[in-house]
Design a protein. Structure first.
Length: 428
């Protein structure tokens, strides 16, 4: 790996410098974007392996090119491990990322104009769950349910049932990108069964926590299809998986290939296989438990410092702060102020946000990446204090300097997996 880095530095110093800069940024700061994490060194090795060179259109035992002995073995491993870990009957590990993963499910079971009942974007749903600006939102008819402010942001299943009876969806989808609660999958399944709809759960954010056994598994409630990305709480490479009942396997597989995409990225599938093996180990369950405890601690400490959280708290790995209500600044300004002190977050719309998406009313925080580095509740308490201080006085340059020094000092004690040692650590 060091030889490859030397070659890159010699042949393309501009790219090499940018990569080195990103390494410094990751090492010196704390990552609190809930959809980001640090993957395993073994996964990085697979991503940079000779599997990058191989075309593998098709599925194991039925490829369109020769020379597939080892690619077939890797993909079979990934599929078997996914089924065992999530208690699924079938797994497709070829989707290139989260968006085509969800698109493949829609295109497998729906005709243009069919109705999907899914979560509203501003209430926590994902872009691919039918946002009007997405292609899927133009091809299919999405009826969007929200959360109930009067019930601390919970899902109102009486209203959901009323909507389902009214719009008669072909697919009921639950899943989120900024909803800090767990789902009652059994109640979603009951609603879907009443109207004869398929059930789909997009668990991209919490796939790792489900694998760890610390959050509910949709298959235990009898769901038809579950999708998840592999790089968030699961700590794998950037890819996607579709898990389903065996009866639906053929439609799913045909929808992914040849319906939506061509040759899979075999280096990524190798990384997924490695990730799934690690997620089945006892240490990963402990990791999942710590992710949740860190999120609860961070949420409680922020509330104690005057922060207003969407739904009032969290059941999972993330929390959404209403920065306008809490600190009088919009989410973009909050994100920039925290960037200046090496705390990385992302601006986030809140339910029925009156502000535009690029200047929303909140920020989104998550604990998987910080937990991966070994940070615990003590560090969450420190982070909550620094976040609140900075957001109360975003223009105080002296404060920003002091906080950044403290953040970088704290981060120095927690190495980033897979990154080369810093010069200081190497000298030691």
């Amino acid at each position: 790996m060091d030889d490859f880095r030397t070659q890159l530095a010699e042949s393309d110093p501009d790219v090499a410098r940018a990569i080195a800069g990103e390494e410094r940024r990751q090492r010196r700061g704390v990552e609190l974007i809930p959809s980001e994490n640090y993957t395993y060194p073994e996964v990085l090795a697979a991503l940079g392996s000779v599997l990058t060179n191989k075309y593998a259109e098709g599925y194991p035992g039925s490829r369109y090119y020769g020379g597939q002995e080892f690619t077939d073995a890797i993909e079979r491993l990934a599929r078997e491990r996914a089924c065992a870990l999530f208690r699924a009957e079938h797994a497709n590990v070829q989707p290139l990322s989260g968006s085509p993963m969800n698109q493949a499910v829609y295109l497998a079971f729906l005709d243009p104009g069919d109705t999907v009942l899914a979560m509203d974007l501003s209430h926590g749903g994902h872009l691919t769950h039918g946002a009007p600006v997405s292609h899927m939102g133009r091809i299919f008819r999405f009826a969007r349910y929200g959360t109930d402010p009067a019930n601390r942001g919970r899902i109102d299943f009486d209203e959901l049932r009323r909507m389902a009876r009214d719009v008669k969806p072909k697919l009921v989808l639950c899943g989120y990108t900024s909803y800090p609660r767990d789902y009652d999958y059994a109640e979603f399944k009951r609603v879907a069964d009443e109207v004869g709809a398929l059930t789909m759960a997009d668990v991209s954010h919490v796939g790792g926590l489900i694998a760890a056994g610390v959050l509910r598994n949709p298959f235990e409630a009898g769901f038809d299809v579950v999708t998840t990305t592999t790089h968030k709480s699961l700590r794998g490479p950037r890819g996607g998986m579709i898990l389903c009942r065996k009866a639906l396997a053929q439609k799913i597989d045909k929808s992914v290939f040849p319906g939506l995409q061509g040759g899979p990225h075999m280096n990524v599938i190798a990384g997924i296989a490695i990730t799934l093996k690690k997620a089945a180990e006892p240490a990963f369950r402990a990791y999942g438990q710590q992710v949740l405890q860190n999120a609860r601690t961070l949420a409680a400490e922020l509330v104690a410092r005057g922060a207003s959280l969407v739904t009032g708290g969290t059941d999972n790995h993330m929390l959404v702060v209403d920065t306008v209500a809490s600190f009088g600044i919009d989410g973009r300004r909050a994100e920039q102020a925290l960037d200046a002190v090496a705390i990385t977050t992302n601006k986030q719309i809140i339910p029925d946000d009156p502000n535009p998406p690029l200047r929303p009313s909140g920020i989104r925080l998550g604990t998987p990446a910080a937990t991966t580095r070994g940070m615990g509740e003590a560090e969450m308490r420190l982070l909550a204090g620094w976040i609140a201080d900075v957001l109360r006085a975003p223009d105080d340059t002296a404060l920003r300097t002091r906080v950044r020094e403290r953040v970088e000092r704290a981060c120095a004690a927690f190495p980033v997996p897979g990154l080369p040692l810093s010069p200081t650590a190497r000298a030691a």
